[in-house]
Design a protein around this ligand. Structure first.
Ligand SMILES: [Zn+2]
Length: 487
């Protein structure tokens, strides 16, 4: 049973939700206080003793190995089921996943990619660690997020429709996981969704809704329609944290595997790069990093960097605006007056501020914020970011395009946890141009045996930008994810 001090709470408004409240996925104050940054996060769920239980597990299934860290597991126990019942359920779902997708959840490979490291001019003394997510269930990391949600649901929830807005890997993952659970899935897709993905979704039994953009409407029409479905009783079966805070813990198991691998091999890591669209992978990794530092600290806390495209970089824009406020506070100046949902800079000019030439200066500022992280000056701005979301994060105004089309989300839904992790670790947001994204994709295919999409290799483009800026010393090691297989 979960002790009473365990709960789920909202990052933005502080509202607490009971850990056994199976029907609440997003903050109940979301509509009443739209300006706050509402994301439910589990708090104090585990202890160091529960954390270490994974060391006793032989299973390669992350939902078995790390189960003592998962709310879904503790909810199972709370419903008067046993550990054996939980394992039996995983085994049943495993069987269904194998029948549907030919594979089930298992630890995904980590490798040191020497040839790729040489190709981007890293020093021989430097390691480039790659987490290969391309062979995960449904071909990407998305299924882990969604399976984590599934394990948190009460049995009666399986009778309700599940809803997701996605045009790619998340929808495919949702379709596979929902089918394994015997649930009905409603998928909200754009008019230009890839025909091969549409066919696959149909073959998995998903019910498709094609959503057109409406002139003057801000935000992704698929997302807006999926929210309507949830209001009408559907389960938000999504990787977007504000709509379902439970999507984060399944994704965190990927980072748990990375940390275990570093530790088992006695490797240090100095930089972690994560490609960001909606932000679930980065948010999961960020929260896993906070977990490991609390319960079993790494020798070295890596800088946590993010990578977006020049097509849309709402997270980098939010970071810039937060840093502008922090800079003023640290200098003892009045806070600049930032207008909600209005950038004072053209996107092209802001992208230039994230070019190779600016990286060194950004890292210097990031170092300054990292060392002042606990100060009143920095923390007071963090509270503003939590409470006044629309000053920092709002949907991208123009329709974005990039070869890395899987990370073109209008909004970084899980931006707050990612932002805080960048700031407290001295990481920065990278904004990659198309040339680097295309090159990263080519190099991944030419110098490794992994076959990621251009979206899936976007993190490498960030490494290349930082290396070109001479901002990675020769003794520092780097972690990236290759997510999303080329289809
Ligand atoms: Zn809230």
């Amino acid at each position: 049973m979960i002790p009473q001090h365990h709960y789920v709470s909202c990052v933005g408004c502080g509202t607490r939700v009971h850990a056994y409240d199976y029907a609440t996925f997003s903050c109940p104050n979301r509509d009443d206080l739209p300006e706050a940054n509402h994301i439910l996060q589990k708090k104090h769920m585990i202890t160091a003793a529960l954390w270490q239980r994974s060391e006793l597990e032989d299973s390669k299934n992350p939902f078995v190995r790390y189960r003592h860290r998962l709310l879904g597991y503790h909810r199972t126990l709370n419903a008067r089921h046993s550990d054996v019942d939980y394992l039996e359920r995983i085994a049943q779902l495993d069987g269904a996943l194998k029948a549907i997708d030919g594979r089930t959840f298992s630890e995904t490979p980590m490798s040191i990619e020497r040839e790729l490291a040489d190709a981007i001019n890293l020093a021989p003394t430097q390691n480039l660690y790659v987490k290969d997510e391309t062979n995960n269930v449904a071909g990407s990391h998305k299924a882990r997020h969604l399976f984590g949600i599934l394990l948190n649901l009460a049995p009666e929830s399986l009778k309700k429709p599940f809803a997701i807005a996605s045009c790619g890997n998340a929808a495919l993952a949702a379709a596979v996981v929902a089918k394994a659970a015997g649930a009905k899935l409603e998928v909200y897709i754009p008019t230009d969704a890839e025909p091969s993905v549409v066919e696959k979704l149909k073959s998995l039994g998903a019910n498709l809704h094609i959503c057109e953009r409406v002139d003057g409407q801000l935000g992704d029409p698929c997302y807006l329609q999926s929210l309507e479905a949830v209001k009408n009783g559907a389960i938000p079966f999504t990787c977007q944290g504000p709509d379902n805070g439970l999507s984060i813990e399944g994704g965190s198991t990927l980072a748990y595997e990375i940390f275990d691998w570093w530790k088992a091999n006695k490797y240090d890591c100095h930089h972690m790069f994560v490609q960001v669209g909606g932000g679930a992978l980065a948010s999961s990794s960020a929260q896993a990093l906070a977990d490991v530092m609390r319960y079993d600290p790494l020798n070295n806390l890596p800088r946590f960097h993010t990578v977006q495209t020049r097509g849309a970089f709402p997270l980098a824009r939010a970071y810039d605006r937060v840093v502008k406020l922090i800079d003023a506070r640290l200098k003892g100046l009045p806070l600049p007056d930032l207008k909600p949902m209005t950038d004072d800079m053209e996107p092209a000019l802001r992208a230039e501020m994230h070019s190779v030439a600016a990286v060194q200066e950004r890292l210097t500022m990031a170092d300054c914020i990292r060392s002042a992280w606990d100060s009143t000056e920095v923390q007071s701005v963090i509270r503003i970011a939590a409470n006044r979301k629309n000053i920092f994060m709002w949907p991208w105004e123009s329709t974005p395009h990039s070869v890395a089309h899987g990370i073109l989300d209008d909004e970084t839904y899980d931006w707050f946890a990612i932002l805080c992790t960048m700031l407290r670790t001295g990481g920065i947001p990278l904004v990659a141009d198309e040339e680097h994204l295309v090159r990263a994709h080519e190099l991944a295919h030419n110098y490794t045996a992994i076959r990621p999409s251009a979206t899936g290799s976007a993190g490498l483009a960030g490494v290349m930008l930082m290396k070109e800026a001479n901002a990675i010393p020769d003794y520092e090691n780097i972690q990236i994810y290759f997510t999303g297989i080329e289809r």
